[in-house]
Design a protein around this ligand. Structure first.
Ligand code: PHE
Length: 345
């Protein structure tokens, strides 16, 4: 019997050693240690043994069982560890693979220029105002000293929606709207960026829809000197300290006197070139002292209050600042154009 038990142990240990899967191992456990297994079978024959030998065989049988269980346990751990290893190996991530670049968008060049201009004026105490793009004839023209039938209305070809409604042709109606809200009390100090529309044929320098930034200051004792100083600060901050400005007499129905502002041409430094058409100066914006009629119509006492206003096209400013030669680039959204204004930090 002893012999038989030893043989069983040797056989079991060998099989365990060879087992390659947890399932096979379990089968071995059931086969050798189970109730119907050979060890139980051997022990059944114990009845025939002498009283002396019985405990010895009992002890031996236990030893064999233990040896087998222990071996199964060690093998089981080894197989489990190997399974984990295998799984890890199959799920390995190759961290040397280069990452895919994340596409980052950037601000449109016009947005950048507008924000830059806004910041500049906010720094001088201005507030940003807004008004509707579908505007009343009254605010777009009449309240700006342009009554119906006024010849100067032809300066701005308009998209009319009804007799009394149109797409605003400039941001100046926001002047009238803002002053009205102030109910005759100064100071008013705003800039207003926004879209405007004119019946122009699109070409390199014209667009039926474009942007404007309006500025308006109304208070007691505002003079043309304040206007000039403000525009000078603006021009130097926007285009560089070396730039000079000049004011030329002009005409707008809503300002009196009216001016146009030029800055010295950056390309030729004032010598005269193609860009400045040989004059050394480039036109930047229209401006002037708010017409007394405009102040009065908006409820301001023109004997007490004066003001200045200016209006500029951010497209033109962006074109000069970045050397862009066609206004249509701003609206066709060619990614190759837009990408050039990405901040790379
Ligand atoms: N609204 C004028 C234009 O579009 C510009 C302007 C604004 C001129 C304010 C004077 C004062 O041409």
């Amino acid at each position: 019997m002893e012999q038989k038990l030893k043989e069983l142990q040797a056989e079991a240990l060998q099989k365990i050693e060879q087992a390659e899967e947890l399932k096979a191992l379990n089968d071995i456990r059931v086969a050798f240690l189970g109730k119907k297994g050979p060890i139980t079978e051997v022990l059944r024959g114990m009845g025939q043994l002498s009283a002396e030998e019985r405990p010895k065989m009992g002890a031996l049988a236990n030893e064999v069982r233990e040896a087998i269980s222990e071996k199964i346990e060690t093998k089981q751990k080894a197989l489990e560890a190997a399974a984990v290893e295998k799984q890890l190996a199959s799920e390995t991530i190759d961290i040397t693979l280069p990452g895919r670049p994340v596409k980052v968008g950037n601000h449109h060049p016009l947005t950048k220029v507008i924000e830059e201009i806004e910041d500049l004026f906010i720094g001088m105490g201005y507030k940003v105002a807004e008004g509707p793009e579908v505007e009343k004839d009254y605010y777009n023209f009449e309240a700006l000293n342009l009554p119906k039938g006024h010849p100067a209305r032809d300066m701005q070809d308009s998209f009319y929606i009804t007799e009394e409604l149109l797409l605003r042709t400039h941001t100046s109606p926001v002047q009238a709207r803002t002053m009205e809200k102030h109910e005759g009390k100064g100071p008013v100090k705003i800039i207003c960026p926004g879209k405007v529309y004119r019946r122009d044929n699109d070409d390199a320098t014209h667009s039926h829809q474009f942007m404007q930034i309006e500025g308006l200051v109304v208070d007691e004792n505002i003079t043309m000197g304040d206007l000039k100083g403000t525009l000078q600060v603006f021009a130097k901050k926007m285009f560089g300290e070396d730039r000079e400005i000049r004011l030329r007499p002009s005409f707008f129905p809503f300002t009196e006197p009216s001016v146009e502002m030029d800055i010295t041409c950056k390309i030729c430094g004032g010598e005269g070139c193609n860009v400045c058409k040989g004059t050394g100066w480039i036109e930047i914006l229209g401006a002037g002292m708010v017409h007394p009629n405009v102040l009065e119509m908006a409820g301001f006492d023109s004997k007490k209050y004066t003001g200045f206003a200016f209006g500029m096209g951010p497209e033109r400013i962006a074109m000069l600042k970045y050397g862009i030669d066609d206004i249509r680039h701003f609206y066709t959204n060619d990614i190759r154009f837009l990408k050039q204004f990405a901040v790379t930090e």
